[in-house]
Design a binder for this molecule. Sequence first.
Ligand code: FAD
Length: 397
Amino acid sequence: MKNSADCDVIIIGAGPYGLSAYAHLRASGVNAKIFGEPMEFWDKKMPTGMLLRSPREASTISDPDSRFTLEAYEAATGTKPEKRVPRETFVNYGKWFETQLGSGVDRRNVAKLSPDGSGFEVALADGTKFKSKRVVIAAGVGPFKKSPAWLSDLPADRVSHCYEGRDLLSLGKRVAVIGAGQSALECAALLCEAGVDVEVIARIPELRWIGMHKRLHQLGPISKMLYSKHDVGPIGISRLVAYPKAMYHVPLAVKDPIRKRAVRSAGAPWLIPRLNEVKITTGHSVTSAKKLNGEVQLILDDGSERRVDHVLMGTGYDVDVSKYGFLSPELVKAIRQLDGYPDLTAGFSSSVSGLHFIGAAAARNFGPLLYFVAGTEFSSKELTRYFVRNQPRNGAN
Ligand SMILES: Cc1cc2nc3c(=O)[nH]c(=O)nc-3n(C[C@H](O)[C@H](O)[C@H](O)COP(=O)(O)OP(=O)(O)OC[C@H]3O[C@@H](n4cnc5c(N)ncnc54)[C@H](O)[C@@H]3O)c2cc1C
């Protein structure tokens, strides 16, 4: 062991959720450490040129005094406020948020997390080890990308996921984009605008668009009763999912369909004109894909064939905590799961005492707001309240 340091809480991941939790915990006097390159996922994995789907008012990373809002960042740095926030602005905002917290983020990645007596041992790739009474996992959805079985015959250089950091302009002249959600449709628009011959192939019968009931959004106070400012989910559901604490108490049989409805595949309406030149094939799925004479051959379920240079997957992700490679096998086994999601209780506590999950991994119990930046306010406040009320005694939880 090169080095060791005891602390109360270690946070793994310095994306919006980890940074926000760190800000709140530190302000409450909790002895916390955080690991990870700030905003790495947004900076290195999201496509260049993308715009946030979430409205501006739902794109702020929460801090305890609301001093480090998106607006505060724009004012402090002279960044022009845009109606739709560009990815680059959001990345720079997250990095600025980190600098406002002062020193503290350790940019190294966690290689292994293991149980250690009544707490945990966190090992870094260089062999440095830390001990902590509690660990908060805020490691995002990077490892949860969906990979359909028909992809297995394609070489790795011919297929990629919308958010695995490939330069869209390096994919070739003909690209098939699979999926009908925001990331698939936005990547298709970006490719088309760059002169690529692009086709969207989606299983759903026709493309869906978010917020098409424009008039309902323009009724002032009535609209506020129908939709929350986060704009996650349709009329009514939007209000309910804005309260993760209430969602937590709703039985799974009711909240699962609500969650799925709130984040079903759909694009933002501002993408519609940008897709005018894109070929859209809906109601069909790909049944096989292979490399043939230097091209990718796709066969669809109607027997039709496509020849492209690259297949870009916009097929979303399935949370499966066993895919967090840093979790020791003992921990994976001990975490009670609900189809890959950790089964969480108050304070985002998993079944392993002292181990907590925030962000998308918490969405099964606390609802779909936890998939979005807007959920940082609830998660950070709830976590801090829980830690302050439930101080570990004598190293035990
Ligand atoms: C294509 C796409 C578009 C989206 N658009 C929006 C949007 O417009 N608005 C919105 O609110 N949400 C959007 N989201 C959801 C978005 O993922 C979340 O809002 C937000 O990124 C969640 O923050 P997070 O901190 O949980 O995860 P992340 O942002 O993924 O951060 C997790 C961090 O953990 C780090 N990490 C992982 N493993 C380790 C390790 N072992 N050691 C150290 N660090 C580690 C990663 O490097 C990563 O930076 C989008 C998601 C996708 C995929």
